[in-house]
Design a protein around this ligand. Structure first.
Ligand code: ATP
Ligand code: MG
Length: 562
């Protein structure tokens, strides 16, 4: 298999070393642990491809664990969307699990820690806790709560659990080391009081475990061998291990946390909190707006699962943070759609072209190849007639030497049809061209084998027969932000960099074969780019999203600027 020849990435190397040191292969187990507080984005896709990819490589189970420990932000809608996105990417989880399933077990373990004098109730305010925390170079101050008796701690914790205290009035802290050089070890909070209703446990619980306490113990309960997370958790690893030390049974597998660099992509933001702001403040039309870096947005935009998996593969796993150019993602979808998307012709900025020597009432249904990259794609029929639309930018009255499209007295080929030559134009009072007149060479039909048809002309244009054209709403997307790193600018909110022209809607005129196109179907509009049918589409109003242009237009712009 091709897979096996690739050099191991550093995480695979860690796993191989563990196996070499005696870890039973059959004990390998991974998880993807999203918090259901928003829709997944392309960064999550990287983590999904990584964890599920390891599952496939080692034939090991991968759990989907919802890290649902904060009821104020989590919702069933997000759970459902996350499941849909992972399945769409092509992965299958072994078990669907929830941290909330472990609330009782986590609580029981917390009692054990209290009884062993390793956890205590803190009644100081969060400001006081913060003030006593110290700095990385200066030890913190022990809280008076540290000296509370076990009995009193148990009683207070019980009352916290029963909802007898107000939110923020009490927390449970682990008693570790207020002088630790690692700030996370300075008596971290294990539980807080929250009186919100949880999407699964309802009002059963008034106290909720913090991330660090819940995560490692959940890994342990599920017997996850390698708990892979992003680099910002590297400093949490010591605490992850300390918590495991408290409950670990040596006969069981001990999970191991390892970290990799998160995906950062330019011209977008990727924190769920910020994406939620874009949605709530209506800068975009929902989580699946095709401009969003969410998996659902990319799907609606026309991205394929294969293109996203391939993107994850190409960027690989790194130990250091870096910034990936969004044009790499665009490259991946172009590459995939070039092989698979049927070609059609559509004009999105039309100008009328009249073939003056073509008989008025005549029409011909010409053969057009569906995809020259795929020999099994076959042919379709495209209607040709006297009056056509071509793109406005494909004509210039007077052209310089570099303009290979249509101009007066110059020849071009109409794709799948004839060679034509422009003769004159009709203009409105303002001087705008409203009609171009041309003649066609009757012997030059594409593929007819005549001498005239073999004649080389420099340009080939796409076109649509006006009387056969299907109108469509075409949504042209551009980057959502004008700045490469919108959320990394000093003293400026990321929303100041929202691109006001990120969506442009035009009317396109399409060849009639699109009439039967279904939602989600993808096409190459020849010479324009890749497009897919949006979910807003119906038989009355056909709607297309531009997935990506054929070429990287931004590369051209930045090359000019440099
Ligand atoms: P965000 O900050 O965007 O809300 P998060 O890390 O809080 O993301 P979680 O739902 O907690 O989101 O993440 C689930 C998993 O996805 C975690 O293992 C996390 O490390 C991983 N993940 C999140 N963002 C990225 C990213 N940009 N690149 C790679 N992995 C990511
Ligand atoms: Mg998180």
């Amino acid at each position: 298999m091709e897979e096996d020849k690739k050099p191991l990435n550093f995480l695979e190397q860690i796993i191989e070393d563990d196996i070499a040191n005696g870890l039973d292969r059959s004990k390998l187990r991974f998880r993807f642990p999203p918090e259901p507080n928003g829709y997944l984005h392309i960064g999550h896709a990287k983590s999904i491809c990584l964890n599920f990819g390891l599952g496939l490589k080692y034939n090991a189970p991968v759990n989907l664990r919802f890290d649902d420990t904060n009821p104020t932000k989590e919702e069933q809608e997000y759970v459902d969307a996350i499941k849909e996105d992972i399945q769409w990417l092509g992965f299958k989880w072994a078990n669907e699990l929830y941290s909330s399933d472990y609330f009782q077990q986590l609580y029981d373990w917390a009692l054990k820690l209290i009884k062993e004098g390793k956890a205590y109730i803190e009644t100081q305010s969060s400001e006081e806790i913060a003030a006593q925390k110290g700095t990385p170079t200066q030890a913190g101050i022990n809280s008076p709560g540290r000296d509370r008796s076990v009995a009193e701690n148990l009683e207070l914790f019980e009352k916290m659990k029963n909802g007898e205290f107000a939110e923020g009035s009490h927390v449970l802290r682990a008693k570790i080391d207020m002088a630790s050089p690692n700030m996370h070890m300075r008596d971290p909070i294990m539980y807080r009081i929250l009186k919100a209703s949880h999407h699964r446990t309802g009002n059963d619980w008034k106290i909720y475990p913090m991330y660090d306490w819940a995560h490692g113990e959940s890994d342990y309960i599920e017997q996850i061998s390698h708990s892979i997370c992003t680099l910002e958790f590297e400093v949490h690893r010591e605490l992850y291990d300390w918590y495991l030390d408290q409950i670990y049974d040596t006969k069981k597998l001990r999970p191991k946390q390892r970290e990799f660099a998160r995906l950062n992509l330019n011209y977008t933001v990727m924190s769920k909190r910020k994406l939620l702001q874009l949605v709530n403040e209506k800068h975009v039309n929902g989580w699946d707006d095709p401009r969003m870096p969410t998996i659902s947005g990319l799907r609606r935009r026309g991205y394929t699962p294969a293109s996203i998996r391939n993107f994850s593969e190409i960027i690989g796993v790194a130990k250091r943070e870096n910034l990936i150019d969004v044009s790499l993602l665009e490259f991946c979808i172009r590459e995939d759609l070039n092989k698979t998307a049927p070609r059609i012709m559509g004009v999105i900025d039309p100008v009328k072209l009249v073939i003056t020597n073509y008989p008025d009432e005549q029409e011909e249904w010409l053969d057009a190849e569906n995809n020259q990259e795929d020999e099994n794609a076959g042919f379709r029929k495209v209607p040709f007639s006297k009056e056509l639309y071509i793109e406005r930018e494909d004509f210039k009255e007077e052209a310089n030497k570099k303009f290979f499209r249509l101009s007066i007295d110059k020849e071009v080929r109409l794709k799948n049809a004839y060679i034509i030559k422009a003769t004159d134009v009709v203009k409105d009072e303002a001087g705008n061209i409203v009609e171009i007149h041309a003649t066609y060479d009757t012997d030059s039909l594409s593929g007819s084998g005549t001498e005239a048809s073999m004649r080389k002309v420099k340009g080939t244009l796409h076109w649509v027969s006006i009387k056969h054209a299907e109108k469509a709403e075409i949504r042209l997307y551009d980057r959502l932000f004008t700045d490469e790193a919108p959320d990394a600018q000093k003293d400026k909110d990321f929303k100041e960099f929202i691109n006001p022209d990120s969506l442009k809607i035009v009317t396109g005129f399409m060849e009639p074969s699109v009439k039967s196109a279904e939602i989600g179907e993808r096409f190459q509009f020849q010479r324009l780019g890749y497009f897919c049918v949006d979910k807003d589409s119906n038989s009355e109003n056909l709607v297309f999203n531009r997935t990506v242009t054929l070429k990287d237009t931004w590369a051209k712009i930045s090359a000019k600027e440099n």
